[in-house]
Write a protein that binds this ligand. Structure first.
Ligand SMILES: Nc1ncnc2c1ncn2[C@@H]1O[C@H](COP(=O)(O)OP(=O)(O)O)[C@@H](O)[C@H]1O
Ligand SMILES: [Mg+2]
Length: 278
């Protein structure tokens, strides 16, 4: 036996958040998670939304009896009780099992409500990447997910009203959570990406304004990536077949690869090794 123990590797936590429903959060969480897993990274998806879109995306090889409720409610719960296994190798899932919003209620009444998740995530071992999906409205479960993240990934729809809501809701939330920095929490850098982009003049116009806004108003901690995800029916179709989009449509492989490389540059050598999923 080797006397020298290898240091326990801390997983890299990406929280996908935007206070706007329908901005492709769950779709991105599923595609990024599958891409990481199929390129050899042990990956865990955590669904904190009361509407379990991410939980329902992939078929499961093993369905744990519990999920997000037990993860947050009980200390030292057995991992096999809360961690499900998807049909994609290396891709695990903590399901959302909170349709009546009891988890938020419980956290709001707990003294450690917004920070408990950060501590619980530190106890999870054996993962390279954890991807946390959140609901599309401000809530304590969104706050806890931002506070626990190493990176905050915000998909934005390039439409005027969605962009305004991003500034009001998502940037507003980020600024409010900065009060936690006085207590030793470091907020994650925010990386936004335009999603569902098509070639209309309106989209071009909104994107120009968004880039200007980021440049003129925000520092290095908040960036709008010089990259976008196209608006394609393949994303909806892939969800229908429970497949990552790059398996349903080969054309999207480079899109998801670029996205993962921008969000997780430390794993870029894995992504260059080619697709192990087939
Ligand atoms: N790039 C895309 N092009 C076209 N449709 C997309 C794209 N990404 C996601 N969608 C579709 O948009 C809808 C909302 O996506 P979803 O991920 O559920 O959003 P959210 O989790 O933010 O509420 C879904 O029907 C999804 O299939
Ligand atoms: Mg969702």
């Amino acid at each position: 036996m080797n006397d020298i123990q290898s240091p326990i590797q801390k997983p890299f936590v990406i929280t996908v958040a935007s206070t706007k429903g329908g901005s492709a959060k769950s779709t991105n969480a599923a595609n990024i998670g599958a891409f990481c897993a199929e390129h050899g990274l042990k990956t865990l998806l955590i669904d904190t939304d009361t509407q379990p879109t991410l939980s329902a995306y992939f078929a499961l090889d093993y369905m744990a009896p519990g999920g997000i409720h037990e993860f947050l409610a009980y200390q030292d719960v057995d991992p096999s009780h809360i961690i499900s296994k998807t049909a994609i190798s290396n891709l695990d899932l903590i399901q959302s099992n909170d349709p009546t919003n009891n988890v938020s209620q419980m956290l709001r009444n707990a003294p450690d409500g917004a920070i408990r998740f950060s501590f619980l995530l530190k106890k999870l071992q054996g993962y390279d990447v954890i991807i946390v999906d959140t609901r599309g409205t401000r809530d304590i479960t969104v706050d806890m997910s931002v506070l626990a993240a190493d990176l905050l990934f915000c998909p934005i729809l390039p439409h005027t009203l969605s962009a305004k809501e991003f500034i009001r809701g998502t940037i507003g939330m980020y600024q409010e959570l900065q009060t936690f920095e006085a207590f030793g929490f470091k907020l994650p850098p925010l990386k936004a990406v335009a999603n569902c982009v098509d070639h209309t003049n309106d989209v071009k116009f909104v994107l120009q304004h968004l880039y200007q806004l980021f440049e003129q108003n925000f520092g290095q901690d908040k960036t709008l990536l010089d990259f976008h995800i196209p608006n394609k029916v393949a994303y909806r179709e892939a969800a229908t077949y429970s497949l990552p989009v790059y398996r349903h449509s080969k054309a999207e492989y480079e899109v998801i690869k670029s996205l993962c490389s921008l969000l997780l540059p430390q794993f870029v050598t894995h992504f260059g090794q080619g697709f192990k999923g087939e």
